[in-house]
Design a binder for this molecule. Structure first.
Ligand code: PLP
Length: 462
């Protein structure tokens, strides 16, 4: 499998190179040159498989030529054995044909574990084979950080630096990152917001000279391997509800557009999907883009769903690439203009976008109302991100006969503020995290300034 950049200039790479490179050298994101496709008969034949077996079927074409089947099997088995539910990604029925796909049974209680526990293993494997070392630099709106640190902490080939926006992640989220000890683990709190952190990651990739020859790797969803791993649960959920013989719909709480993009790819690969619903909080640029053809930045708001407090969604670039018939220079031109002004798509592009996605934006008050309503109706406690997905699903559902699957991206225990605002009791921490508030934290607060961050990294690596 070969990969190409969404900006059209960087060289084609194989999986191993894409895994280690993160961002392409032309500032673009890597995507498969051609998507693997499965026919209905083949998808139907996967009905009895375990989650790990299904993951192997879907992931193996993407890594072909780089990682052997035997090695991949071991890494996948180890990854999903670390989840605390036998189904790995279980479905719960909220009401008739309305389902929640629980993606929070991994070690750090958010869906990020699906990709990052595997990514850490893949990277470590490839680095060991090559006898190389890598410096990981990542930005987190809260959940990526802990999952990435958890996935990389045991690697002798990796130093990991994670930036989070200071005072803008929940205390549980922060402690899940800062209480992990390891000589190779470095937590940075940036006096800024998530977009500032993400921008510094991109700038550091574009110019890696400050590392004096050491190589930078990415754990953000700019890394293709993350998207790839997330395609699996769209298949598992569909198959569990009668797919591929029947269509299903998905509603996805969205920030960086990685998770929903994996759903779009599942559809490209042959999964019958009726609707893909982009659910955003008040940071609604994606909703405005889809509903009104308006891609203009507004100021970032801090909401009760902090993992979606993102204005510039990295992975939307991967979709824009398809909407521009894979013309990298057109994508580059659009995104260069987007840095300084609002942009829009042409008639054909917006029609194609609206044919694939519907969308809704849900504010904090509506989020809390949804948490309270669903708890009263069903006794089920939603986290605020998932609540946004449920509300967006109900607002956009075109066909009640088609199962609507809402991706539950985090466990409610990570976001007690929203639960309390909804007038409910936050749940207790699971056993493996029960002493989280007694553990010692380690992190440094750094100004929202690229040079300061890079100097900090150089000192820590010395
Ligand atoms: C990361 C995250 C999201 C957003 O996912 P994207 O892939 O960035 O769109 C939603 N909910 C939770 C809980 C998250 O951690």
């Amino acid at each position: 499998m070969k990969y190409i950049s969404t900006r059209g200039q960087a060289p084609e790479l194989n999986f191993e190179e894409v895994l280690l490179a993160g961002l392409a050298s032309d500032g673009g994101l890597y995507v498969p040159k051609e998507m693997p496709k499965f026919d209905k008969q083949e998808i139907a034949s996967w009905a009895g498989l375990s989650y790990a077996e299904l993951a192997f079927k879907i992931i193996s074409p993407f890594v072909a030529g780089c990682i052997s089947d035997a090695e991949l099997t071991v890494m996948i088995d180890e990854t999903y054995a670390g989840f605390d539910h036998s189904a790995v990604a279980p479905l719960k029925e909220l009401s008739t044909n309305e389902w929640v796909l629980e993606l929070f049974h991994g070690p750090t209680l958010a869906f990020k574990d699906f990709a990052l526990q595997l990514l850490g293993r893949l990277m470590d494997h490839v680095l060991q084979k090559r006898g190389e070392k890598l410096v990981i630099l990542g930005a987190t709106s809260g959940d990526t950080g802990s999952a990435a640190i958890e996935g990389c902490r045991h690697s002798e080939c990796i130093d990991i630096f994670i930036m989070h926006p200071h005072n803008r992640v929940s205390e549980v989220q922060r402690r899940q990152m800062t209480c992990i000890k390891g000589d190779n683990v470095h937590n940075i709190a940036i006096s800024g917001n998530f977009d500032d952190c993400q921008e510094m990651v991109k700038a550091s990739f574009a110019d890696q000279g400050f590392l004096n020859g050491r190589k930078l790797g990415a754990v953000n969803s700019i890394n293709w391997a993350r998207i790839m791993s997330q395609i699996v649960y769209y298949f598992s959920a569909s198959i569990a509800l009668g797919g591929p013989h029947r269509e299903v719909s998905f509603s996805v709480p969205t920030g960086n557009f990685g998770d929903i993009f994996a759903g779009y790819l599942a559809k490209q690969m042959g999964l019958p999907v009726k609707q893909l619903i982009v659910a955003t909080n008040s940071n609604d640029i994606l909703h405005r883009a889809i509903a009104n053809n308006d891609m203009s930045k507004s100021s970032l708001e801090h909401t009760l769903s902090p993992s979606m407090d993102i204005m510039v969604s990295s992975n939307f670039e991967r979709l824009l690439f398809d909407l521009h018939d894979r013309d990298g220079s057109a994508v580059d031109e659009l995104l260069t203009r987007f840095k300084t002004e609002g942009v829009s798509l042409d008639d054909k592009q917006i029609a194609a976008l609206q044919a694939q996605f519907s969308s809704a934006s849900v504010n904090d008050a509506e989020t809390c109302q949804t948490i309270a309503d669903i708890a009263a109706e069903t006794g089920y406690l939603l986290d605020p991100h998932t609540a946004i997905g449920v509300r967006a699903a109900r607002a956009n559902n075109l066909d009640k006969a088609v199962p609507m699957i809402v991706l539950s991206t985090a466990h409610p225990v990570k976001f007690p503020d929203a639960i309390v605002e909804a007038g409910l009791q936050p749940p207790a921490l699971p056993a493996h995290l029960s002493d989280l508030f007694e553990r010692e934290e380690a992190y440094d607060v750094i100004a929202n300034d690229l040079a300061s961050v890079q100097q900090y990294m150089v000192e820590k690596l010395a």
